[in-house]
Ligand binder design. Structure first.
Ligand code: PLP
Length: 390
């Protein structure tokens, strides 16, 4: 590692979080591990590995490239693409044994033009229903009826039928209940169609943890796997974040009272102050919205001062610390802790925006499960823990 800014990731934490979630649900409920966006910034292959070791049955990603990476690494679990692909990409998806999200009859009709699909192989799909998020999916009965005609084809397997909640992390459950009721109604459309539909699912992390009765046949766990969940609303289970972020002071200087610091003179020393420069900036995902937050040095909180630059930021030190002193941007030092939740609250977002923003320049180091990692071999994907294989 050449650079003094790195993320430390505990795969064992990810595995433990998944095991806790698994234990909190009936055994028959299948576990889909969502490893999109580079495993929410934690590493996609590594996170998938940890999830598999915790007994995940499915993997999910947003985009085709993400799924190809997993397959190329030898991953043999079913992989659901949560975002629809273009009809002309179906042959590629089939070659890689991927499970597709479908949202319209029009897509099916167009996709049928692609010869490699017509020449053999089954197309595994999950139908996405829009019960109120307004993002993707079928809203009306007519749309479903039209799509269902295509789904009866012999070479199509309807492996799933699902929806996604808009407010699962909110204290007020009224809208979620409305969405759940709408989904119950839609499930009846599915049943009445005469299609064999293997899995009905609606719950992501927050819903799965808060409302186990909504787990149905499968839960899609992303955030909670990495330790992100609405802690104030979930008391039955305790999950831990798996990632901490560190750097080192690269320069320490004294600023006299009244002197400026940062682009646009964005900070002026209120007194004689010790300032430290930390080699992380907005190009690493430490956006200017983070101005006003703190980092840890020597077990104490130190505020970021001035505008955050592309590659560096400045902090106000408690005293003349040595260059090379450890700086913790996420995680603990002594009794102090900077959490994802704290940073997310500051920028008006969620923990997973902070973790997925951590850029490619930040090295990821894995601090445990080395043995399991060493034996990570194409032959052991998936291992005997798993019940579902393609
Ligand atoms: C990202 C995503 C998930 C995972 O949600 P978390 O809240 O991170 O667990 C589940 N379902 C869909 C459709 C998603 O896009």
């Amino acid at each position: 590692m050449l650079r003094d800014t790195w993320a430390e990731i505990s795969l064992n934490r990810i595995r433990e979080n998944m095991l806790s979630i698994r234990r909190s649900l009936p055994y028959s409920v299948k576990l889909m591990a969502v490893v999109k966006a580079n495993g929410y910034g934690h590493g996609d292959l590594e996170s998938a590995k940890a999830a598999v070791l915790a007994g995940a049955d499915y993997l999910a990603v947003a985009y085709l490239e993400e799924a190809l990476r997993l397959r190329d690494a030898g991953m043999k679990l079913p992989i659901l693409l949560l975002t629809p692909i273009r009809p002309d990409q179906v042959p590629l998806a089939l070659k890689y044994g991927l499970t597709l999200t479908v949202t319209s009859a029009k897509w099916f009709a167009e996709m049928r033009d692609y010869k490699p699909y017509a020449s053999g192989g089954k197309l595994r799909v999950h139908v996405k229903m829009d019960t109120g998020l307004g993002r993707i999916g079928i809203r009306k009965k007519e749309e479903w009826d039209e799509l269902a005609l295509w789904l009866h084809a012999e070479d199509v397997e309807v492996d799933g039928f699902y929806t996604h909640f808009a407010t699962a992390g909110q204290a007020d459950t009224a809208f979620l209940e409305q969405q759940a009721a709408r989904f119950a109604q839609m499930k009846e459309w599915g049943r009445a169609s005469g299609l064999v539909i293997r899995h009905y699912h609606c719950a992501g992390s927050a819903a799965a943890l808060r409302f186990p009765h909504l787990a149905m046949d499968m839960v899609r766990i992303g955030a909670a796997m990495y330790g992100f969940y609405p802690e104030k609303l979930v008391h039955s289970i305790k999950l831990e974040p798996a990632l901490s972020l560190h750097s080192r002071l690269i320069q320490v200087k004294k600023l006299a009272k009244g002197e400026y610091l940062g682009y646009d003179n964005s900070y002026r020393a209120e007194e004689d102050e010790w300032i430290g420069t930390v080699p992380i900036g907005y190009a690493d995902g430490w956006s200017q919205r983070m101005q006003g937050t703190e980092v840890l040095v020597e077990g104490q909180r130190a505020p970021i001062v001035g505008k955050i630059c592309m590659d560096q930021l400045m902090i106000k030190l408690p005293g003349p610390l040595a260059e090379g002193t450890l700086v913790t941007l996420i995680g603990a030092q002594g009794s102090q802790r900077i959490t994802f939740a704290e940073l997310a609250a500051h920028i008006g977002s969620v923990s997973q925006e902070v973790s997925t923003s951590l850029g490619v320049r930040i090295a990821r180091t894995y601090i445990d499960m080395e043995e399991e990692y060493r034996t990570w071999d194409k032959q052991i994907w998936p291992n005997e823990i798993n019940r579902a294989v393609i």
